[in-house]
Design a protein around this ligand. Structure first.
Ligand code: NIG
Ligand code: FE
Length: 427
């Protein structure tokens, strides 16, 4: 008999990608789907996931075990949000209104707004305030089914303010059920005080910021924004190669607003991911496929920016590039913490099927963060990160779009969130 200290029964539908490597090509669309299912966990790990009848025959609940009734709901792996800009202060709703009136994201940035306005707001608060913001946002993510999140600095843009953002991330995330994977994004844009001497900022990143980040173990990855208003591929390469030498993994904000050669740079660095990719060229797609770099698509951000250009999701999938979906949560281009909403835009805006979107938002996101062996699917041996959605089958998540359906979240084998009961049967 398999012994369990937590059992989720009454599952109408269990749907999960399988494996410890990313789902590629046609396999992205192949989930394991079990009707009338159960999941059993022991000491934070999944020990059984499959048909309820088989669970009843093979699994024994230990005395005092936690029993969760999914009430006919749908169980998916916890979402892995592989791209966010979590530790910032201030919102940019005025700029949003300006854009609704015809202004462009680039024009606002060129006037000193955009990223730089969030830099000013973020510099003005102390580490404790930022840590509280981080914690509140992690709560919001958890309530929407996210159990692992990547989070970038990049709104400090002095050595000290970047370190403060990363320390706030650590402090705000300490003991929180959502696992936080920190990324140093000092190369987000060139701060105003260095615009006359860009090379000096790049030098500061390499010679002072990176050594301080690694000395305090504040980041697992480094990222750079390759863009006309941020960094050239060569500047980004200088920073990311130094990050690699310092022991960090690397990621690239690539080809978001134009084809700037970001994907080619990411591929040549064998980066963990190239993110955005609305404007990636065919050569860029092929380079990513050869390098095995994950394309992290951010369809909620593309939609929010009203980008006329969509990332070539189908082409990326067909070329064998691992494709993941994430929010890009930030105050400028995607002020939502919601991965369920990302499924909606992944399907209806970027053109994925629902099953592809689920795999991209779970296992492939975990792969993008080097955690596909640990989370992202519901299989024996993986960390017990799973979510009960109050719908009878997975298609309802996008089909009945517009509302969060998350009912219960389990992270590391513990119930860490339960939605308030409304009295209305959710399914
Ligand atoms: O991923 N592209 C660059 N960085 C963010 C936007 C940052 C901002 O506008 O504050 C992004 O979309
Ligand atoms: Fe981003």
């Amino acid at each position: 008999m398999i012994e369990a200290d937590l059992v989720v029964a009454g599952i109408g539908e269990l749907a999960t990608p399988e494996g410890r490597t990313p789902r590629l090509g046609k396999d992205l669309d192949r989930l394991r789907v079990v009707q009338d299912a159960a999941v059993a966990c022991r000491q934070g790990r999944i020990v059984f996931a499959g048909p309820r009848a088989e669970c009843a025959a093979r699994v024994r609940s230990l005395p005092g075990a936690c029993l969760v009734d999914a009430e006919g709901g749908t169980v998916l792996p916890g979402f892995v949000d592989a791209h966010t800009h979590l530790p910032f202060a201030g919102w940019r709703e005025r700029e949003f209104d300006q854009r609704l009136r015809g202004d462009s994201y680039q024009a606002i940035a060129a006037r000193g707004g955009g990223i730089l306005s969030t830099v000013a707001a973020t510099r003005s608060v102390d580490e404790g305030v930022l840590a509280d913001l981080v914690r509140a946002r992690l709560d919001a993510m958890l309530a929407r089914g996210t159990t692992t999140v990547e989070a970038k600095s990049g709104y400090g843009l002095t050595v000290e303010a970047e370190l403060r953002q990363l320390r706030a991330l650590r402090r705000g995330g300490a003991g929180h059920p959502v696992e936080v994977v920190p990324t140093f994004l000092g190369a987000h844009t060139v701060p105003a005080e260095h615009r006359q001497d860009r090379a000096a900022w790049v030098r500061l990143l390499v010679e002072q910021a990176l050594p301080a980040v690694t000395a305090e173990h504040l980041a697992e990855y480094a990222d750079a924004f390759v863009d006309a208003q941020a960094f050239t591929p060569q500047e980004a390469r200088t920073v990311l190669e130094a990050a690699r030498r310092a022991g960090l993994g690397v990621r690239v904000h690539a080809d978001q607003l134009a084809d700037d050669g970001g994907a080619a740079l990411a591929a040549s660095l064998r980066a963990a991911s190239a993110d955005h990719l609305e404007h990636v060229s065919e050569a860029g797609v092929e380079a990513l496929a050869r390098a095995g770099t994950t394309a992290v698509l951010l369809p909620a951000a593309g939609f929010f920016l009203r980008s006329a250009q969509k990332p070539p999701a189908r082409r990326l999938i067909d070329a064998g590039v691992p494709v993941a979906l994430a929010t890009d949560f930030n105050p400028g281009t995607c002020p939502t913490e919601s991965m369920p909403l990302v499924l909606v835009f992944g399907c209806l805006w970027a053109g994925l099927t629902l099953d592809e979107a689920i795999a991209a938002a779970t296992l492939n996101g975990a792969h993008a963060l080097g955690r596909a062996h640990e989370t992202g699917s519901l299989e024996e041996g993986k960390r017990a990160d799973l979510v009960v959605h109050g719908v009878p089958g997975r298609h309802h998540l996008v089909y009945r779009f517009g509302d969060s359906r998350v009912r219960t979240v389990i992270a590391c084998g513990k119930v860490v969130y339960e939605a308030p009961r409304t009295g209305v049967p959710a399914c």
